[in-house]
Design a protein around this ligand. Sequence first.
Ligand SMILES: NC(=O)c1ccc[n+]([C@@H]2O[C@H](COP(=O)([O-])OP(=O)(O)OC[C@H]3O[C@@H](n4cnc5c(N)ncnc54)[C@H](O)[C@@H]3O)[C@@H](O)[C@H]2O)c1
Ligand SMILES: [Fe+2]
Length: 405
Amino acid sequence: MWLVKKFFIRSLSKFIGFMFARVDLPEPKLLSGPGSLKKLPALIQSKGVRRVLLVSDKGISSLGLIDPLVEALSKAGIGCTIYDDVRPNPTIANIDSGVEIYRANKCDGIIAFGGGSPMDCAKVINARISNPNKTVIQMQGGMKVSGPLSPMFAVPTTAGTGSECSLGAMVSDPESHAKFGVASPYLVPPCAVLDAELMVGLPPHITSSTGMDALTHAVESYIGNWASDYTNSHAEQAVKIILRDLEATYHDGSDMDRRQNLAMASHHAGLAFTRAMVGYVHAISHNLGGLYGVPHGLANAVILPLILDFCRQDCEVQLSKLAIVGGLGRNDESAKTLSVRFIDKIREMNRNMGIPTGIAQLQASDIPRLARQALAEAHPQYPVPRLMKQAECEDILQKLLIIGP
Ligand SMILES: NC(=O)c1ccc[n+]([C@@H]2O[C@H](COP(=O)([O-])OP(=O)(O)OC[C@H]3O[C@@H](n4cnc5c(N)ncnc54)[C@H](O)[C@@H]3O)[C@@H](O)[C@H]2O)c1
Ligand SMILES: [Fe+2]
């Protein structure tokens, strides 16, 4: 039975991968470097946009991070309406409110300003504006969004999700406790700003968890079956920077160069995973996010070493290459030694940045359902190196009940 199921999952995954490789995915035009946000109003003007909806969250607006931009937009004669009610793991209601405010204020463009939550929310608001007859639920999955969409400018303030260059957006449904994706090439923001000045105040625990999210994107894209030379080259650049700079930035977030490097690493990882996809770490993490609201990056950081233990033998060569890229070993060492060292390094980074080994909110009674949902999300669209059975997924979730330092 399992062999038949495996055959179907693998065949479908191959077919989806074959078709997806033929989709022309755009990449955002980048404004990059500390202070680069200052160039955004002129770029918005050049697109003929007259009034933007600025989508953010209260954490960011209360820090005053958006104030200089709002002032600069006003000086440039661009109207700006702020919607800063986006919640972490943004909800359908967040999107619907944003759509109403966009329409009521006759906006003609969107700025997504924040971490993955405001960026994903803004992407789906934009999709709904141009697809007025579809609800968010009806856009769930791939290729349900028609374009073109209104001009969008993504300003990530975490490093991060890579949402500024990805074709996806994750939405939570508080009613069903599900977290689902909307994916379309039209969702790739045409313009993005990578400005480290916005990230120097990022608290250590968000620096670490969002950095580990970016590392997970790079690793899952690299070990998956849809990886290409293009995605591998971006994933390698991300891994190199994150292994070198993340821990130091967690301990001292004020170094602008390191912050800029990490913003770029997150972008590289985004370019890799938007084409080569993610894997079981994300499948489990999305479901923990949907059910308990566990922060996405934190869940990924905790789950990543467990999934790599599970599939190490099936992606030993890829993990050993990443170990070398990350400066953890030499070419003449065995793939087994190097791949184990790479996983150990992830555990060490987690420990050094105060990331626990388990998920405090997880209830043992929820494990069978979480495993079922995670596998339904992963099969067949995540091209994982080793397929997982229900019992194996439950075993991994059981391990998350033990909260270590
Ligand atoms: N679309 C994609 O490709 C993609 C990829 C990965 C994750 N995601 C989604 O992104 C969401 C997570 O995004 P995230 O990890 O960036 O976190 P987030 O956007 O939820 O933000 C987390 C917290 O950090 C604060 N914050 C953000 N920037 C800050 C700054 N510069 N200074 C101080 N505080 C700041 C926010 O106010 C918030 O309280 C999840 O919903 C996840 O599923 C999307
Ligand atoms: Fe992620």
